[in-house]
Design a binder for this molecule. Structure first.
Ligand code: BV8
Ligand code: ZN
Length: 252
């Protein structure tokens, strides 16, 4: 009979989490859309997770881009436009604070393509799903930084006139080796693995939690509600990351 775990008070969980974090020489973090929710960016699978009736898994794929590049670019241009109006929140700032304490023993792995961690001042960031601020030519593969400037529905390469695509990882695409390898290494080597604002349903990103546990790390989850990561966590801090992470830092 599965005895429902008596939900520990947030206060008790924060004390436990702070003790784990304080004792950790090496810390790695995996963030998802939830950490940017309080900045005003919609998450993928929450209530507002549908975009004009499309699920992200239907639009963020090479096939969708092949079939209807204008629809896919409308999806990304809308998100780029939103990005121009938002800024990091205290949850992003708290992770900058932890990095300042740990220096190069800290690695921030993000599934987010909003680059808000860089905007907040994080240095060692692995954007394993790419970034909205970059575009890539589908013909000559040249990558350019375009920030959040408005792009036409079908932007073209100024070198070869090829069709540009967002420089993000779509479903069924491999994660770039130059960020995936160090992400696995950081998860495996860390003593404390923070999982913040992710439903932990997208792979291989969610597999990093297993890598951390295989490496002997303690796992702390920060989420509004329980997720697919919760059963693998040593501590689950239920609440908005913009409040919970600063509270955790205060107790260090
Ligand atoms: C690959 C970039 C290898 C684009 C993204 C069946 C089973 C298992 C796996 C698969 C399967 N079928 C296919 C797969 C593989 C697939 C996958 O995992 N699919 C899922 C949907 C089942 N994965 C892939 O295809 C990956 N590639 O496997 O390649 C390969 C290659 C060739 C052949 C074979 C294999 C590529 C995955 C990358 C896809 N790209 N993004 C873009 O962004 O447009 S993923 C997309 O989802 C975003 O990156 C997003 O970050 C990511 C994960 O979502 P979350 O960040 O977790 O966001 P979500 O809304 O889900 O959750 C938000 C959470 O925050 C919630 O828990 C909520 O409670 C919480 N929250 C909300 N507010 C707050 C909060 N928490 C705290 N505070 C708050 N205020
Ligand atoms: Zn080109």
């Amino acid at each position: 009979m599965h005895h429902p775990v008596e939900p520990e008070s947030l206060d008790a969980s924060l004390t436990k989490a702070a003790a784990i974090l304080r004792a950790a020489k090496r810390v790695a973090v995996l963030t998802g859309a939830g950490i940017s929710a309080e900045s005003g960016l919609a998450t993928f699978r929450g209530a507002g997770g549908l975009w004009e009736g499309h699920r992200v898994e239907e639009v963020a794929t090479p096939r969708a881009f092949q079939r209807d590049p204008t629809l896919v670019w409308r999806f990304y241009n809308l998100r780029r436009a939103n990005l121009a109006t938002v800024k990091p929140n205290p949850g992003h700032d708290a992770l900058v604070d932890i990095e300042k304490r740990l220096g190069d023993q800290f690695t921030l792995i993000t599934q987010n393509v909003d680059s808000l961690h860089y905007a907040a001042g994080s240095k060692n960031v692995l954007e394993i799903h790419g970034a909205l601020r970059r575009v890539r030519c589908t013909r000559c593969t040249r990558i350019t930084e375009r920030g959040t400037e408005a792009l036409p529905d079908l932007p073209r390469c100024d070198k070869c006139d090829g069709l540009l695509r967002p420089d993000v990882v779509w479903f069924e695409e491999e994660l770039p080796k130059d960020v995936w390898r160090p992400a696995v290494e950081a998860a495996y080597q860390c003593h404390c693995f923070l999982v913040v604002g992710t439903s932990a349903v997208v792979f291989p990103a969610a597999w990093l939690i297993e890598a951390a546990k295989n490496g002997g790390a303690k796992v702390i989850e920060v989420n509004l509600e329980r997720s697919a990561a919760s059963d693998r966590a040593d501590v689950v801090l239920l609440g908005p990351s913009g409040a919970t992470l600063p509270e955790l830092i205060k107790r260090l």
